[in-house]
Design a binder for this molecule. Sequence first.
Ligand code: AMP
Ligand code: GLY
Length: 421
Amino acid sequence: MNVLIIGSGGREHALAWKISQSQEVKKIFIAPGNGGTHLENNIENINLTDIEDLINFAIKQKIDLTVVGPEAPLANGIVDSFKDNNLTIFGPTKAAAQLESSKEFSKEFMARHNIPTAKFATFENSLSAHEYINNNPAPIVIKADGLASGKGVVVAMTDKDAHDAVDAMLSDKLFGNAGTKIIIEEFLVGEEASFIVICDGSTILPLDSSQDHKRLLDNDAGPNTGGMGAYSPAPLVTDEINQKIMDQVITPTIEGMKKEGIEFSGFLYAGIIVDAESNIKTLEFNCRMGDPETQPILFRMQGDLFSVLYKAAKQQLHGIEIKWEDEHAITIVMACKNYPTKPILGNEIELPDTKDKNTFIFHAGTVLKNQKLLTSGGRVLGITAKGETLEIAKNKAYSVLKKVKFDGAQFRTDIGKKALN
Ligand code: AMP
Ligand code: GLY
């Protein structure tokens, strides 16, 4: 079987790494990939991003399965176009991807189907948005409607921050078209977990739980990022919480989409907040795997990911099970200087030799140029390790991280701390 993976981040390196372990897979291409996938023997980087070019490539190379990593091509309809050309692809259609690409769509969908989420209102006009904040003072949350790489959310702790966020999005067009509409929603208190399932349109196969660290700095300070580290499993997601998420969020979402005539096939990721009374609410949906959650999740997955995704793409997921290693896995993201505002790129990276099969360095923003590995994106590497306990995994990952060198590297020193307390 020949596989094509779309994307260039740490998530896609992890997907390619895991899929390459399948006995069934002969050749893996990744478009465009990164420095890490370039260095893998059995993975080939392909410098294509245009959907038409990718379709021609998939036809020519007899690709049996295409797996889409990031949200942007999904929102642009890559799945629809591949299917129109009779190519097998795993991911949601453009219509289904609206669960992520439009917060307004996703919030209204949740309201229609009684899926627990924060109270909200939608605005295109800044005067009404300011008035709404006057009547619903901070803390309050302002979100751009469209895709903004995880950076379109402002958790405003003061009214001034809330009003400023409205002006930045609606008047100053900070997020361009993604911010011509905004959502203002109730501030929720609790702890967050990431809950991801694989769906073939009807059968739902949950992955094991994980927890991300969205803020840039230790103790959840600083701006929101794409994610600075993750671990799996997340002790917050007990069997009871797991069942609640399936019953109150995941199942009604897949069934609700079907009822509305939009079948959801692909990864569905629910960002969940759990309060002190174990009530759950949905913070957001993504229609893809999380980054960096993918890295620790796949590091613990047993068996053949290719076979699961191929069956899901063929609507044959029924009866399939995934087994998980008992070990805990963790990923610590190393980002470049000035991430997430104005990343400084092009610095040389020095990596240690890691022969220990319980550690792995997934690449994200790296590129190989003239035999040199350089930083090429905000989040550069995901230092990943597993161990009998989260503590052991964490210590292993940080000891590898200490041996990685590049100028201006930023990382959190407290990944996993909440779960250890
Ligand atoms: P989102 O992209 O919607 O998941 O938001 C990014 C992050 O902002 C989340 O992971 C939360 O930490 C925070 N956030 C989003 N919505 C809320 C909310 N209603 N209340 C509190 N924090 C929120
Ligand atoms: N790590 C959060 C996300 O992938 O959206």
